[in-house]
Design a protein around this ligand. Structure first.
Ligand code: MF3
Ligand code: CO
Ligand code: CO
Length: 266
């Protein structure tokens, strides 16, 4: 039917997604120098919204199913959908910033981890590194004829080999003119199973990896998802399109700020 079929996009749609994806990446690049100890998450969120508007975009999360802010900021044991507010980033924290600006109605959805200050634990750094590697290993699987199970398996194997777990309750998703559509992109599963990829599909891969168990609960604000065992959680996200030979990642950092440490170039 209409809602459960996977959209296949042509070259014009890819042109639009390149622009939206680039804006998402530039937005994350822009905010990077400000993601430091003492920064208030609500202020970073407002800066992201202002940058997006200045570039002619709209922050898709704002008002999405009642979500109150422009971005999501998920600190330490927060898995995803942390709501920016009065909380300040502290030395030793790890934080995910997830942005989704739209440009001409097209969604660029991307997130990165940030290590706050110089005293992030070795365990936390390893979690962040492995989570980034999971995203890239997943992307490497993408090409026509491969399956979403191939993507999921590559991610799950790398996470579990490192002693970490893959969150079950949230997944990647098709995107484009609609924020979230088919396919659902699970980050755990069996190679060879699931949707067979075709040129023109557009979706996110956004693994959430926990240092402890994979179980998650949502707080009473209705959004903030945390690990049940209070272990650390990390996530990276890219939006990509399936090409004839592989994947075109729409949200690559123009400044090369793909993963920490970010060597800030003013
Ligand atoms: N950007 C998130 C994603 O990766 C979605 C955030 S929806 C919100 O899909 F409402 F929580 F902002
Ligand atoms: Co997403
Ligand atoms: Co996102």
């Amino acid at each position: 039917g209409e809602d459960d079929s996977i959209p296949i996009h042509g070259e014009e749609d890819f042109v639009a997604m390149r622009k939206a994806g680039r804006l998402a990446a530039e937005l994350l690049d822009y905010i990077t120098p400000y993601v430091v100890p003492g920064a208030r998450t609500g202020d970073l969120d407002e800066m992201c919204d202002a940058f997006t508007k200045q570039r002619g975009g709209i922050s898709a999360p704002m008002g999405y199913r009642g979500y109150p802010r422009a971005t999501c900021m998920s600190i330490n044991h927060v898995v995803c959908h942390g709501i920016p507010g009065d909380k300040k980033l502290e030395e030793g924290d790890i934080v995910n910033i997830d942005v989704t600006p739209t440009l001409d109605g097209w969604h660029g959805d991307a997130s990165r981890m940030f290590n706050i200050g110089e005293r992030v634990s070795l365990k936390a750094r390893k979690l962040v590194d492995v989570t980034y590697e999971c995203l890239m290993l997943g992307i490497e699987q993408v090409k026509p004829g491969a399956t979403l199970g191939d993507v999921a398996h590559a991610i799950q194997k790398h996470a579990e080999d490192a002693g970490f777990s893959v969150v079950r309750d949230f997944c990647g998703h098709g995107t484009g003119k609609v924020f979230h559509c088919q396919p659902s992109v699970l980050h755990y599963g069996a190679a060879g199973e699931g949707v067979v990829l075709e040129k023109g599909m557009i979706f996110t891969i956004e693994p959430m990896i926990n240092a402890g168990k994979y179980d998650v609960k949502v707080l009473s604000d209705g959004w903030t998802a945390v690990t049940k065992d209070k272990s650390l959680s990390a996530q990276f996200e890219h939006t990509l399109g399936v090409t004839e030979t592989g994947a075109e990642v729409f949200t690559l950092s123009p400044k090369g700020y793909e993963r920490p440490p970010y060597n800030i170039i003013p």
